[in-house]
Each structure stands twice: as C-alpha cells, then as structure tokens.
Ligand binder design. Sequence first.
Ligand SMILES: [Mg+2]
Length: 239
Amino acid sequence: MKKYRHLFFDLDNTLWDFDLNSYHALQENFMRYRLDLQNFDRFYDTYVSHNERLWEFYRQKKITKEELSRSRFELSFSDTGMTGVDPTAFNRDYLELMPQQTRLCDGARVVLEKLSEKYELHIITNGFAEVQYKKLGNSDLSRFFSRVFVSEEIKSPKPSPEIFRHALKSCNARKNESLMIGDDWEVDILGAAGSGIDQVFYQPVRETITGEKPAISRKVTGKTTTYFITDLHQLVSIL
Ligand SMILES: [Mg+2]
C-alpha cells in the first residue's frame, strides 16, 4: 500500500454537487426573470450541452471568460425560442445564486472529516475564482483544506500539467505521496496521470436530474485508473 500524504480533490461533482446546485440556481433565476417554468427542463438540457462544449473551448483558450459567460445563455435562449432576456445579466445573476447553493455529494462531509485527521487535503478546481471560493465558504468546506488551487488564478486549467505542477510545488508534495480524486475522466484522471500522480476516479451511480439515463464512464473502457469508486465512503477503505 502506497503511503499518501496529500489528497487533492476536485470540487464540482466530487464534493460540491454541481449538477443539483446548478439546476436549482438556474430554476431560481428563471423565476426571478419571470420565465415560464414549463420551458425549464428543455432550457436546462440545452444549457448543459452548450455549457460543456463552451467550457471545453475555454479550457483550450479558444474563447474568453466573457464569451463563455455570454454565449452559453445567448445560445440556450435562442435554441429554446425564448426572447427578451439579456444573457449577460442572466449569467451574472445565475453566478450570484449558484454558489449560495450548498448541496454536497453523498458522504462528502463525513469522509472529509475522517480524512482530514490523517492527510493534508487540498482542492484543484477548474472554475472562476470568485465563484469557487464562495461555494467552499457557503457550504462550510473551506476548513478542511490547506490549499485551494483555482484554474483561473493559476491561468492554466486541468488537465494541463502546469496546474498539477504548481499545486505540488506549493504544497511541498512529492508525486508519489499525492493522490487526485475527481469525477472527470479527462480533466482529473488523465490530467493527474499525465503528471505522474495516482488517481481515484469517482463515478456515482444516479439518475440525471431531468430523468435521463446516467451516462456512466463510457470513456473508461480500455483505460485504467489507480482506484475506481462509486461512493465517497469507499475512500476511507482505500486510504
Ligand atoms: Mg468535477
């Protein structure tokens, strides 16, 4: 058994339930703008697909933060035939509501409580700094972590090696005593593996919010990760 000292956690959908929190924040924003809730689930699905694609462009530095922020809602409103909403204002209000949400992934708090007794815990997250720190603060997660690395501040998002290198160096951590825990195959797992860090791939089994079948780990086929878990509690038996 390897002796790990430093555990690097992804934040969104690994500890902080991004899918549920984002869904509820968008719904609240929909109501704030007095939009017809009957259109909400269709709007949400459209938004999720635009947002994922645009985030990928943003990670590859093909678009700016401002373009990402505006386009994701502009496109979602136009695709669902909704008019009269300023996408920039809608994005601003959504970003205000989202980090106020505090739903965590199952077991997150209990597991962090246990692991923090034996390990140094850190966060490596892709996102906007002002949003990610609020999520951590509002959901009372900050106290568990020695260091928090947000891609926007490091100017380099996962899976690029720079953010992992920066995190290890800042924590005085060796690769072979470090472990990355995350839910995204490319960003967290391939990213950490590419930097010589062991990984835990977390894939909870659950229904998607709007009732589709969960798309589970199709990317995993034929690839390996150091550890694979479907429940955060399993971390305690690994470590
Ligand atoms: Mg994630």
